[in-house]
Design a protein around this ligand. Structure first.
Ligand code: UD1
Ligand code: MG
Length: 444
């Protein structure tokens, strides 16, 4: 039987105070909606429908990009109304449907999977026991420890409000049975909304039991404000750091290292304090990422040393045992095995051969204001300090460029290229200059 999911994401998100729709705000570099979609896919869900507000075209575009369908909820009349809006998109679907929230980025694939298993052939609800139950819906269990009903905080009696078990939001049911029940929801309640939370009690009357799956408070957290987004980021970072440490990554101060949802660090990678990983970074075993480096879109080979204070930008491939030192920026560049660019350098759109040495202050002039061009540096080449390489240009294997050169023409293998003003020397000039100046000063 198939597994489908409906992601509720039509809420206004006004408390974010942002032009960007709430579910597109990133956590560990991935929009919250992306985390939910990834989690559902990890639980084997193959059909996903995102419920969106009429003006949320960016959310629909993103859902499409992630391979999910979408529907529009014309007016935000409540969670039950929102889930029912997906009926048309799933009318041909047979199997279980899981209703998830687009603003809960910390829910794991395991929880979605557990909920689907618990609800298979019946119904399941995900609950949690927060330290402060606040205004969450309260979950009331029957003698068999099944969910009898959920009462929203605003509708709850003082006694019901004492209940510690709260509704996290996710619900699993047979899809067609769910849509049949959802069509019968009413809005006769304190908020005048169509509550998704009325479904378990309605199902109970039809003899369908609703199982409970409990999760922790952190995982159940929803994001409604910038402060909660920062909190979710903090929890996600903790999770990612924990996973990295468990893989065998060495970090002396993991709390200062910022990982991205897709950062791939092999065992025995060392990450020093205060390193930031953007999207698309993979680091092979034995490499060391030194303090204050910023990396995105880069592949780093085994044994390489990056930083301190290095910046790797998209399209960077660092070969085994290569070194990138302080204040070096690398973009769209291949740095060969054991090559070194240790100080104050910009390598953009370049191919650097194995064992080449890039002197301090080297700049690839890759952009003329209109187009980008490549610089090729051969294996074992030695680029003198403060060389400007005006691309497109090739420096052959084993060639040397003199310090301070502006290289505009290709350099043959094993040649020396000198492209700077020749030095002249005037013996005694400095001494006589000082004498003249001193005399002038004494007269005034
Ligand atoms: C809901 C639950 C409550 C639970 C809490 C957990 C209901 C009636 N109540 O309350 O029991 O403890 O979540 O956080 O379900 N949405 C739409 N369209 C709508 C309304 C909401 O798409 O018309 C989406 C929102 O974008 C959000 C989700 O549904 O992602 C939950 O809506 P929200 O208004 O936050 O529900 P709560 O009142 O917090
Ligand atoms: Mg809410």
């Amino acid at each position: 039987m198939g597994k489908a999911a409906i992601i509720l994401a039509a809420g206004a998100g006004t408390r974010m105070k942002s032009a960007l729709p709430k579910v597109l705000h990133p956590v560990a570099g991935l929009p919250m909606l992306g985390h939910v979609i990834a989690g559902l896919r990890g639980a084997g869900v193959d059909r996903i429908v995102v419920v969106t507000a009429p003006d949320a075209h960016e959310v629909r575009d993103y859902a499409g990009k992630m391979g999910a369908a979408h529907v529009v909820q014309d007016r935000q009349l409540g969670t039950g109304h929102a889930a029912a809006a997906a009926a048309s998109a799933l009318k041909d679907f047979q199997g279980s449907v899981l209703i998830a929230y687009g603003d809960m980025p910390l829910v794991t694939a395991k929880t979605y999977s557990d909920a689907l298993a618990a609800g298979d052939g019946g119904m399941a609800l995900v609950g949690f026991r927060p330290k402060d139950a606040a205004a969450y819906g309260r979950v009331l269990l029957n003698a068999k420890a099944h969910v009898e009903r959920i009462v929203e905080y605003k509708d709850a009696s003082p006694a019901e409000r004492q209940t510690k078990l709260c509704n996290a939001g996710m619900l699993v049911a047979d899809a067609q049975a769910f849509f049949a029940l959802a069509a019968k929801l009413d809005n006769k309640n304190a908020q005048g909304e169509f509550y998704l939370t009325d479904i378990p009690a309605m199902a109970g009357k039809d003899g369908i039991a609703c199982a409970l799956v409990e999760i922790g408070e952190v995982e159940a957290m929803g994001v409604n404000s910038r402060a909660e987004l920062a909190m979710a980021e903090c929890h996600m970072q903790q999770r990612l750091r924990g996973l990295a440490l468990a893989t065998g990554v060495g970090m002396t101060a993991p709390e200062t290292v910022y990982l991205c949802h897709d950062t791939r660090l092999d065992s025995d990678v060392t990450v020093e304090p205060f390193v930031v990983f953007g999207p698309g970074v993979a680091v092979a075993s034995g490499a060391r990422i030194r303090s204050h480096s910023h990396l995105e879109g880069a592949r780093i080979g085994p044994g390489a040393v990056i930083g301190p204070f290095a910046r790797l930008r998209p399209g960077t491939v660092i070969g085994p045992n290569a070194h990138v030192g302080n204040f070096v920026e690398v973009k769209n560049t291949n740095l060969g095995d054991g090559a070194k660019a240790n100080h104050l350098t910009y390598l953009g759109d370049a191919d650097v051969g194995a064992g080449a040495n890039i002197g301090a202050g080297t700049i690839t002039c890759n952009y003329d204001g209109f187009t980008k061009a490549r610089t090729k540096i051969g294996a074992g080449a030695f680029i003198g300090s403060d060389t400007a390489l005006v691309a497109p240009v090739t420096v052959g294997d084993g060639a040397i460029t003199a310090a301070g050169s502006v290289i505009t023409k290709d350099v043959a293998a094993d040649a020396l290229a000198v492209a700077r003003g020749a030095q002249i020397e005037k013996p005694g000039w400095a001494k006589s200059f000082r004498a003249r100046q001193t005399q002038k000063k004494d007269k005034t």
